[in-house]
Design a binder for this molecule. Structure first.
Ligand SMILES: O=C(O)c1cc(C(=O)O)c2c(n1)C(=O)C(=O)c1cc(C(=O)O)[nH]c1-2
Length: 250
């Protein structure tokens, strides 16, 4: 990457598109939660059934809030074409009818691990650290300008590769989870890749100054921290004696 050219007025000039893209992709790759110890253990086949169930149950809290934060982002857009495009994300999660969509598929994943739907919808079972992380993300998207909120979604640039690793790990190490339960992850390979590239094009178009580019990088860093903090909470819950176990068969 090149140095920092400074204009006559002392303000740093914006990075060119290639360099800014490279910086965004570097944050999305280097700070992504695929490197979190809990994910590393998941991918090595080292999680117990109880740990996997805990992850599925707590991650549902994130899943159910994704369309909420996307609705908050959509409300910032002036342009009908942009709203139409973003609306697709909400449909991906909520479906267009009962029994469809990503949330439904995650509930089926829960069932495949032995968790019933009522347990997943019960917020009182969600770990406090997970609630704080998810609330942090939703509040960020509600209160920040569209550029920041869309930039925060750029973690999805790294999601398809993680989905492939996860599917392979589940098939190999956790065969007690029915293959149908993995439908959510299979669907996200295409959706995540498309959403990530779409968001990247918007961020590149909107971040016209160095300060805006830096805000986008900070938003993406924040989102990586949200995902990391969520997994910290899930990972450390097992070490706490006060943990309420996620109910389900042994
Ligand atoms: O399982 C994962 O590791 C993972 C990560 C991410 C992500 O990178 O933010 C998302 C998802 N899954 C996901 O399923 C999803 O729908 C999603 C939406 C968003 C977003 O910020 O708009 N990220 C993610």
């Amino acid at each position: 990457m090149t140095g920092t050219p400074v204009r006559d007025d002392g303000v740093a000039a914006p990075w060119g598109t290639a360099e800014f893209t490279e910086r965004l992709r570097a944050v999305a790759a280097e700070r992504y939660h695929d490197r979190h110890p809990f994910n590393v253990r998941m991918h090595r086949g080292e999680l117990t059934r109880g740990e996997l169930r805990r992850w599925v149950a707590n991650r549902f809290h994130y899943q159910r809030h994704i369309p909420v934060k996307d609705a908050l982002i959509l409300a910032k857009f002036d342009d009908p074409a942009l709203r139409r495009a973003w609306l697709r994300r909400i449909r991906d999660h909520d479906g267009t009818a009962e029994g469809e969509g990503g949330i439904e598929r995650w509930l089926r994943l829960g069932e495949a691990t032995g968790l019933d739907r009522a347990a997943l919808w019960d917020v009182s079972r969600v770990l406090p650290g997970v609630r704080f992380a998810v609330e942090g993300y939703v509040t960020f998207c509600r209160s920040r300008p569209a550029l920041d909120a869309v930039a925060a979604s750029l973690t999805e640039l790294s999601a398809p590769s993680l989905m492939r690793t996860r599917i392979a790990a589940f098939e190999r190490y956790y065969p007690w989870i029915e293959a149908d339960g993995l439908a959510y992850f299979r669907g996200r390979i295409g959706q995540g890749g498309r959403d990530g590239e779409e968001a990247l094009a918007l961020v590149l178009a909107w971040a016209g100054t160095r300060a805006e580019q830096q805000r986008a990088l900070a938003a993406l860093t924040f989102k990586c921290e949200v995902l990391w903090a969520l997994l910290d909470a899930v990972d450390q819950a097992g070490a706490r004696t006060s943990e309420r176990p996620v109910p389900g068969p042994p």
